[in-house]
Structure formats: C-alpha cells, structure tokens
Design a protein around this ligand. Structure first.
Ligand SMILES: Cc1cc2nc3c(=O)[nH]c(=O)nc-3n(C[C@H](O)[C@H](O)[C@H](O)COP(=O)(O)O)c2cc1C
Length: 431
C-alpha cells in the first residue's frame, strides 16, 4: 500500500484527497459522516457576515439529469454561504466540527468571506477562527453567484475578488497581516489571467492557493418555457468535463509559481482525476459535486483505486508521483512545420489489421472524409492522403487502439493515442 501522507503549509495531512467547501463541512454531524470515508482534510462551509444570515431558496439543488444522460452529472445550485448565524456557528458548531475532524485525523480548514478588499470585513474572521484552534484558513474569493444582479452588499464578494490581481493582493495582505496560521486564497476558473492573479497573491504574502470554484450557471426548461430552478445565474457544476478547463487554469498558476502550495479541484470524479491533479502540481486534491452526483461511495472508491494505481506504477510515496509543471508550455512554442503546413500531410494514420474490428467509427468521425472502411471485404481501413490532414482524430476515437500516427516517409511513430505527440519536426524544417 502506497504511503500518500503529505504536508500542506507545514501541516501533516494523512491523505491528499479531501472535500472542498460545501455543506459537508458546514456542521459537525456532516463532518463526522464524511471524515469516516478516509479523506485527509475537509474545508468548512464558508462563514460570512454578508447581508445577514443567508437563507437559500428552497429547493436549492437542481439536477440536469432529466435533460439527457450526457447531463447527468451537471447541475445548478442556488445555495449561498453558511445558513447558520455566525456567532452560533463560532461558539457552538465550530468546536464540535474541530473535534469531529480531529477524531478521524482529518485536517479541518476554515473558510471565510469578507467584502471587497476591506480589511475590517476579513480580519475579525481570521482572528476568531485561529483563536478557536483552526489551523489553516481559506478565503472564499471565487464564489460564482454573488455578482449576478448583485445588490450592493454582494457585489464585492465571491468571484470579483479573484478576477483582479490588485484586489486579490489587498485581500491577501489584509488577512496575512493578522494571521498566525496559513492563509489560502481560493480562485475561480472565470479569471482570465490566473498567473497574474497568483503572483499578486504571492506578493500579498498568501501561503497557498486553491481552486477552482464553480462557474456561473443558468438553465431553461424548454417544456415549460421557464427558467429551471431559480430564474437567474447560480453556481454551475458541469461535472467531470469541467476538469479540463479548471486544470488548465490551475496549471497557469502551478507552472508559474511551482513553489506555492496548491489545493486543486474542479470536476474530480475518479482516481485518475486525482492523479492528474497531483501531476499538475497540486499538493492536495479536493472533490465536492461528484459526491452529490454519485453518492458518498465515490470517496472510498477514489482512495482505493488511487492506491491500486500507485502500486501498479511503483509509486511508494506521494513524492514518487511525477509532477509535470516544468513541461507545461505555450502552444505557440511547440515546434511546427515551416514556413507553412505542407499540402500533403507528412503525418498519416496507420491501421493495425489485427486489432481493427471494422466498426467504422474512424470513417464516420473523420472530419475530412478521408477514411474508408470496407466492412464486406474485411480488409483494414484505408485513407486518401490527398484528403487526410494528419489530425489524429481517428486515433483518439478507435475503441480498439488500432490506429496510430506515423511519419509517412520513415514510419516513425508520432502518436499512439497516449501522452504527448512526438516532436517530429526537424530543426531544419521547423520553426
Ligand atoms: C453545494 C455546493 C456548495 C458550495 N459551497 C461553497 C462555499 O460555501 N464556499 C466555497 O468556497 N465553495 C463552495 N462550493 C464550491 C466547491 O467547494 C468547489 O470549489 C466547486 O464545486 C468545484 O469543485 P467540484 O467540481 O468538485 O464540485 C460549493 C459547491 C457546491 C456544489
């Protein structure tokens, strides 16, 4: 069994997988329920003093499952910050929450939200939480729904705090100045320049960055010609596919400042999603909406399968898992054919007759109509090089892994559908 125990901002964490801020960290009872699953850490539901005690529209979770199987993990949500009066949470629920987490050796991370870069709205939370034994605090600065149709009390909380580097700097600085515990700044995938934001957080003295929060989301029920749930933009959870966008935003930070501890997540559903985020430079990896969509069993499954993966790969400790941030680059810097793309592609598909089951998917999906599958003949698929672009789409769709891309002149493999394509352009040809 791999030893995946780690540290985050100097604090020991028994497992890198945990739960990001949501109801599950809102009460001691729920912390108890989810701490038993084997997680290493849990973030509290965000506490705040914005616009009084938050009352959520009920019902507040709107699954999109009825709109097609491909939408089954997508949903929108009108839940806001913690619904408990702050003083009650602080004096009653927080001590019980800390106890519940400690009993299961789970690191409890506090989550707070102030308003704008105004120190007085943040500082009291930092002082309150650290006085009561919270060992690390996340600033909820990426929340999705606060800005839409915002009234004055809302317009400077949530995502707007994590869109502008100067605001992020001010908020971080105000909190770090009074903090005796590490401060994590939470980001949103809606931020255009995540790297600039990360550098501002670093400049402000932030100890770690986390991300991502959810997107905005809205939906229309076409049958009733009505908005679905609440007629406005809310938190939008796109399920596992969201991961690819969130991951790119995370990499903008982890590749820019790899030394900054990063708590990553966004669309984590499976063990390989966790492995991917560790490889992207995250120190901890969190999940949230997958537990709602697929049930609590998703957590022990991820933990078990991550362990099996590490065993299969020979990763004995978390440090053995490769981190790829130094390889992350700008697309424009990848060597390409020069001075222009040759009209006849130098890279072509090669079909393996032994593996091919003649299903015809490559013919159906070839964007250029270059591939022919003659099912009656049983011969391997053919392609017309004058039409083929060498795009590789067929490789990624073949259910039998029977297609790879090769250099037409040498037969050298360029891509077999796994990992990075070969750097096949020679120095003389490329630029
Ligand atoms: C029901 C629900 C409530 C959430 N509440 C909070 C919150 O109070 N504070 C916060 O920082 N993030 C909150 N989030 C955002 C999550 O912590 C997480 O960043 C986001 O959902 C993306 O991760 P996921 O794809 O694993 O769900 C909430 C998400 C959900 C689904």
């Amino acid at each position: 069994m791999a030893d995946l125990s780690t540290t985050f901002c100097g604090l020991p964490v028994k497992h890198p997988v945990g739960i990001t801020s949501c109801d599950f960290g809102g009460t001691a009872k729920l912390i108890e329920r989810y701490s038993k699953t084997g997680i290493g850490w849990i973030i509290g539901k965000t506490v705040h003093k914005i616009d009084g005690v938050h009352r959520w529209p009920r019902p507040f979770f709107y699954s999109l499952r009825h709109f097609g199987n491909d939408m089954k993990d997508a949903w929108i949500c009108s839940q806001m910050f913690h619904n408990m009066p702050y003083e009650q949470w602080l004096d009653d629920e927080l001590p019980k929450s800390l106890k519940a987490a400690k009993e299961h050796d789970v690191l409890y991370i506090g989550s707070v939200s102030g308003i704008g870069p105004v120190p007085e709205t943040w500082v009291p939370f930092i002082i309150d939480l650290q006085e009561r034994g919270v060992e690390i605090i996340e600033l909820d600065t990426g929340g999705p729904h606060a800005t839409f149709g915002a009234v004055d009390a809302h317009k400077d909380c949530g995502a707007p705090l994590a869109l502008d580097p100067e605001t992020a700097y001010q908020v971080t600085k105000a909190c770090v100045e009074v903090a005796k515990v590490p401060i994590i700044f939470k980001t949103t995938p809606q931020c255009v320049n995540a790297a600039a934001l990360a550098l501002a957080i670093q400049r402000g003295g932030g100890h770690a960055i986390s991300g991502n929060n959810a997107f905005y989301g809205a939906w229309i029920d076409h049958e009733k010609a009505e908005f679905y749930g609440v007629p406005g933009s809310m938190g939008g959870l796109i399920g596992r596919p969201w991961q690819l966008f969130s991951l790119a935003k995370i990499l903008e930070t982890t590749a820019t400042i790899p030394e900054m501890p990063f708590l990553g997540g966004g669309g984590i559903f499976t063990y390989d999603d966790v492995a991917r985020h560790l490889m992207a430079g995250c120190d901890l990896v969190g999940l949230c909406s997958s537990v709602y969509s697929r049930g609590i069993a998703v957590i022990p499954k991820i933990i078990k399968e991550l362990d099996e993966f590490c065993e299969r790969k020979g990763y004995k400790t978390i440090k053995d898992i490769p981190v790829l941030t130094d390889k992350f680059m700008y697309l424009r810097d990848w060597k390409r054919e020069g001075p222009y793309m040759q009209e006849t592609t130098p890279v072509v598909p090669e079909f393996d007759a032994d593996k091919c089951n003649m299903c015809g998917i490559c013919e159906d999906l070839c964007p250029y109509g270059a591939i022919k599958v003659d099912k009656a003949s049983g011969e391997k698929p053919t392609f017309d090089r004058d039409i083929c672009y060498g795009c590789g789409w067929c490789v990624g769709h073949c259910p039998k892994w029977a297609i790879r891309m090769i250099k037409a002149d040498t037969g050298e493999e360029v891509w077999d559908g796994r990992g990075t394509i070969a750097d096949w352009v020679s120095d003389e040809e490329g630029y």
